[in-house]
Design a protein around this ligand. Sequence first.
Ligand SMILES: Nc1ncnc2c1ncn2[C@@H]1O[C@H](COP(=O)(O)OP(=O)(O)O)[C@@H](O)[C@H]1O
Ligand SMILES: [Mg+2]
Length: 267
Amino acid sequence: MGTPMSTPMSTPMSAEISGQAGGVPPLIRLRGVSKRYGSGAAELLALKNIDLDIAAGEFVAIMGPSGSGKSTAMNILGCLDTPSAGQYLFKGAHVEALSRDQRARLRRRFLGFVFQGFNLLARTSAQENVELPLLYRGDSADVRRAAAARALEAVGLKGWEHHTPAELSGGQQQRVAIARAIVTEPAVVLADEPTGNLDTLRSHEIMGLLLALNRDHGITVLMVTHEPDMAAYARRMVRFVDGRVATDAVNLHPVTAAPAMSASESI
Ligand SMILES: Nc1ncnc2c1ncn2[C@@H]1O[C@H](COP(=O)(O)OP(=O)(O)O)[C@@H](O)[C@H]1O
Ligand SMILES: [Mg+2]
């Protein structure tokens, strides 16, 4: 992959990035981030004063019970939503101060998303699904075709380009979604329960892919999971409880390879 972060972003972000004194800021920094849903009697604090730093190149598993704020945090980290209070710095730039358009640009340029339900367009080929982020970016048809073919090959789907989601297994659909997430060469891939709809074998296959993206391509991976076997691939585990970071620990012995599978099993 290339160097997605080598070119400065347009102002005001680049000004803030280059104006950062005292060393390089972490890729991601949350400071005192809270998120409130609703108001009055219906008010709910989904995140309570979160501090979190994530360095470039990390592979972080985010765990915690249902309703603990994991998806809310991922939506904020993914610039899909904004905090009610606190600061989110991405490469030193204040995301909470950006306009909706600036956030969308940051998202398109630096972030890739993988969801539990794959979120592919039906009746649309794998190739076209993967090309979509490049279409939004205004790339030419030739550039899109070549980049999507490369991304599909990287996830082991060479030869499946013209199949629609309905013609693919769940594991294959998630691999298409991963190809779509990496086709823009993002700095960060955010995956919210990426193996939640998959059986154990397919889940390990997806984890093997995320691991390869992190290790071989230097992509920072933030993954929500409730499965300890999948979190075991990450080198750091952050546990949310009731809208707070309850524990944040290094995984000293991460899984370093997905279990080997026969060719027939991997389809
Ligand atoms: N859009 C929303 N509007 C109102 N409440 C929400 C919304 N999204 C999440 N919540 C609430 O915020 C809390 C945290 O939710 P969420 O971040 O989805 O948790 P998790 O992903 O850990 O299961 C839950 O109580 C949930 O019901
Ligand atoms: Mg969730």
